[in-house]
Design a protein around this ligand. Structure first.
Ligand SMILES: [Zn+2]
Length: 308
């Protein structure tokens, strides 16, 4: 059977989409309603905690402007912003520039003063690469009209990046599912990063080659159908520009037991139908040691303007 058809049939049989959104610029979605407001992450209510800050359901750095939640208090907002979301921001930085993802202050500029190069995107549409002298930040293959960028991620803790992705999924869950994730909610707040019960599968990343709108985000949360025990209970599927992440949302009481047989399943076929050249990789976001200067290389084709 064709692998994409197999994956579609697998998810149709074993999972249900709980919620799904397509976010484009101008779309405004506010999750949560009712008063008093209560925080999903620390369980406190107004007026014990305040809800004055904009709580982005998906971090603004990833290009989300309009999707907010009413159930993240200011204290949790600041806490996540200065911990795991920082790791996610540093980790995703080079790709956010290359995919032209418009964050809080536009598309981030990558630069290295010492080596004299910059990669920027002033108008949000075209990448501009400049450099003073030959170095290893990119190589140009003129015959094939390809540029290979050799970039570095900012410093990050792999497990913290995973937690920031899980936090997006926990934010997008319908209220009725939240009690199933009490342990995951405690885990993402815990700076000690214990992980034995919470890290069962790699984060899967699918890259669809070709031009794509850097301002397009789609997100879905999936839950296991009844009678499909033996599989993880829930996933976040998050697509930003050319990338899709599949992230298990851990619920130890509902996931298969730790000593069960390894969980085997295909990658969620988001968008794969349109492009069979997609590349999927399992990301090892399981370690709690800080990583500095991790290399990231990306190949892009270029059109008429040759960056020199
Ligand atoms: Zn809170």
């Amino acid at each position: 059977m064709d692998p994409i058809e197999y994956a579609k049939a697998f998810y149709l049989q074993h999972y249900t989409v709980l919620n799904m959104w397509n976010i484009t610029p101008g779309v405004r979605v506010v999750l949560g309603s009712g008063d008093p407001q209560a925080c999903r992450f620390c369980q406190r209510q107004a007026p014990e905690v305040t809800f004055r800050l904009k709580a982005h359901a998906i971090p603004e750095a990833l290009g989300n402007k309009g999707m907010l939640s009413r159930y993240e208090c200011d204290e949790c907002n600041k806490h996540f912003g200065s911990t795991i979301e920082n790791d996610l921001g540093n980790w995703s930085l080079p790709m956010r520039t290359l995919l032209r993802i418009y964050g809080k202050n536009g598309v981030p500029t990558l630069k290295n003063k010492r080596d004299g190069w910059r990669i920027e995107c002033d108008d949000g549409t075209e990448l501009r690469v400049s450099h003073n002298r030959i170095d290893s930040v990119f190589e140009v293959d003129e015959a094939q009209k390809l540029i290979r960028f050799n970039l570095k991620r900012g410093p990050f803790v792999p497990l913290a990046v995973r937690k920031a992705l899980v936090k997006i999924g926990l934010t997008l869950l319908p209220e009725v599912e939240v009690p199933n994730f009490a342990e995951a909610i405690r885990w993402i707040r815990d700076p000690e990063h214990p992980n034995e019960r919470m890290v069962r599968m790699p984060v899967l990343r699918t890259l669809r080659p070709g031009p794509m709108n850097g301002q397009m985000i789609s997100a879905a949360v999936l839950r296991r159908s009844e009678h499909s025990g033996g599989l993880p209970y829930a996933f976040l599927i998050l697509s930003i520009a050319n990338e899709t992440y599949q992230v298990m949302l851990p619920s130890p009481q509902l996931d298969p037991p730790l000593d069960a047989a390894p969980m085997q399943m295909p990658v969620f076929p988001a968008g794969l139908g349109q492009n069979r050249d997609s590349i999927c990789a399992a990301l090892n976001l399981s370690e709690s040691e800080r990583v500095v200067d991790e290399a990231l290389s990306a190949v892009m084709s270029y059109g008429a303007r040759i960056p020199r």
